[in-house]
Design a protein around this ligand. Structure first.
Ligand code: SF4
Ligand code: SF4
Length: 563
């Protein structure tokens, strides 16, 4: 039964950046013609990387597994086109991570192209109210999600089968489907909801059955009226509810969605299941429905190519592994005043240094900003206005985190819950001093993770030493005990099941060259907390550490659009 709850629900705090959705909100999804080649990254998700399962010069058909891993928190990758594999090589993803790729050169004939491919992925019949979810056990749905390589398509890329798995300690009562797409400019989720609402509803029902939750609600921002109507219509006669939410950034954050719809607050550093909730993206739901009902793996996704710096912005259905450059070419190329290409949207995306980057499962869009949109403001000293603190949707204190980063002070960073930061960029957006708060916070996270890794290694070494000395005291048993004493590295389900804590591996999150606070940080001053209270004198952020800040649309435009 669909619900009409009005556009009143939202979370506390947040910002209203220019939406920028007008470029492609009305552009129907087009199928990209099969590219000459693709490169399938062997790590497109949170968790263990895959290893190639095919050798070079082998013939593969679209949908064949080309990489897999044994770890539970991982997801196989599949050939997105039919063709012949080439020798494994490497690429650098937009987040700075270097990963191996399996190249595939396209065959002359593809099993599905054009409209047939569209119908297979998004179109055709989806049963909705006739869907018999009881025909599948929870374990079967989890298994099919894993085999299909489904990960969170909203950008987090957390393996969906892990999320769908029922855990006896997690008392989940509600499943939320995230249809907010709050990131400015991007419209891929919006188009999926408009054009394939029944696949989303089917996926939501399958996920509901698999997680064992009692209730499923799709949350959509009010700036997507077509999607709201389409999903309400598709959900009629099913258990799926549709809730309209205020348009505000970052409404699509898991914790903000939970707060807005259920008025439950996930504790700092906690996860949705701590308050009985699981959250899945609408695109992921559609992919899950295809995996379970059509037995098709995740080989394609919808990508928005947009912005004033693109000649003909489009929403495209593309094979995983096609290069960004090819998508931009297909959209007519860059305009003369294009200034910056961003993987994702302007708030959370990564500025690209090269367009020779393959699309991954987590690629929701490419945004090209112009010189007018790329604000180049000089950084100044913190004026202690407190706006960043007032804005942070997670109630963090960005100024403290930034200072901790400048002084390489992991203790302060941990005390102020740096790892809870979701890097939404709201604080940096609102900062009148244009401080690179997100880059500094990322740096602090790197330091904290490095510190934790060091401590863990120390503890493990100590434990191994203790075991060795115990073994020495028992010479008849010692040899076998030493060998048996190291299983931990392979089996850590609890830690692996916490996406947010592992979501930003240090190297991914921090292009080292962007922020080098070490040079500024003077160790002897770290011990003087009173200095931390005077950021004006110390804060001289590096000029090169501003990609995200610069990628933001102008604030003056924001206020205009709000009016
Ligand atoms: S980037 Fe982090 S600290 Fe800044 S507003 Fe977002 S969650 Fe808060
Ligand atoms: S960091 Fe920026 S927003 Fe925060 S208090 Fe300082 S000047 Fe204000």
């Amino acid at each position: 039964m669909s619900a009409s709850l009005g556009a009143t629900a939202t979370f506390a705090r947040g910002i209203h950046p220019p939406e920028g959705k007008h470029f492609v909100a009305e552009a129907a999804i087009e199928v990209l013609p099969t590219p000459k080649s693709v490169r399938i990254p062997l790590l497109q998700h949170i968790g263990a990387p895959c290893e190639a399962t095919v050798k070079p010069r082998k013939s593969v058909t679209a949908g064949d597994v080309v990489g897999d891993a044994k770890a539970f928190v991982s997801a196989p990758v599949h050939a997105s086109i039919s063709g012949t594999t080439a020798r494994e090589s490497n690429t650098t993803l937009p987040n700075g991570r270097h990963v191996p790729v399996v190249p595939i050169n396209a065959a002359d004939e593809q099993p599905l192209e054009g409209q047939a491919l569209y119908d297979d992925v998004l179109g055709g019949e989806w049963p909705t109210q006739d869907l018999d979810v009881a025909a599948f056990t929870s374990e079967q749905i989890v298994q099919m999600a894993r085999e299909a390589g489904i990960v969170g398509l909203g950008g987090a890329a957390f393996p969906t089968h892990v999320k769908l798995s029922h855990h006896p300690d997690h008392n989940v009562d509600t499943l939320l489907i995230n249809g907010c797409e709050c990131e400015p400019y991007l419209t891929s989720d919006d188009r999926v909801m408009i054009e394939s609402p029944r696949s989303v509803v089917c996926g939501a029902l399958l996920a509901l059955h698999s997680t064992g939750a009692r209730k499923v609600i799709i949350g959509i921002e009010e700036n997507k009226p077509q999607a709201i109507r389409a999903l309400r219509h598709a959900a009629e006669g099913t258990a799926v509810e549709v809730q309209v939410l205020q348009t505000k950034y970052p409404q699509g954050g898991e914790k903000q969605l939970i707060s807005a719809i259920l008025q439950r607050e996930v504790p700092t550093g906690g996860l949705p299941f701590d308050v009985g909730v699981k959250v899945i993206n609408v695109g992921t739901c559609s992919a899950l429905a295809r995996a379970v009902l059509r037995r098709k793996p995740l080989t394609h996704r919808v990508v928005t190519v947009t912005g004033a710096g693109i000649k003909v912005p489009k929403n495209l259905l593309v094979p995983i592994g096609v290069s960004y450059a090819e998508l931009i070419d297909y959209c007519g190329g860059l305009t003369k005043d294009a200034a910056r290409v961003v993987a994702g949207g302007p708030m959370m995306g990564f500025t690209l240094g090269s367009l020779d980057v393959p699309v991954t499962k987590g690629t929701s869009g490419i945004t090209v900003l112009t010189h007018q949109e790329v604000r180049k403001q000089e950084q100044s000293n913190c004026v202690r206005c407190g706006r960043c603190v007032d804005t942070c949707p997670l109630n963090l204190v960005p100024t403290k985190l930034a200072l901790a980063a400048r002084y390489n002070n992991t203790e302060v960073a941990e005390r102020y819950s740096v790892t809870a930061c979701m890097e939404c960029g709201s604080c940096a957006y609102i900062c009148p001093a244009s401080l690179p708060l997100v880059q500094l916070i990322r740096w602090a996270k790197i330091l904290v993770h490095a510190e934790r890794a060091k401590e863990k290694a120390k503890a493990e070494a100590k434990a191994a030493k203790a075991l060795a000395s115990t073994a020495d005291e028992r010479p008849s048993e010692g040899g076998s005990e030493k060998k048996e004493a190291k299983p931990e590295k392979e089996a850590k389900p609890e830690k692996e099941a916490k996406p947010e804590k592992e979501a930003k591996p240090e190297k991914e999150a921090k292009p080292e060259k962007e922020a080098k606070p070490e040079k500024e940080a003077k160790p002897e001053k770290e011990a003087k907390p009173e200095k931390e209270a005077k950021p004006e004198k110390e804060a001289k952020p590096e000029k090169e550490a501003k990609p995200e800040k610069e990628a933001k649309p102008e604030k003056s435009k924001a206020s205009k659009s709000e009016k």
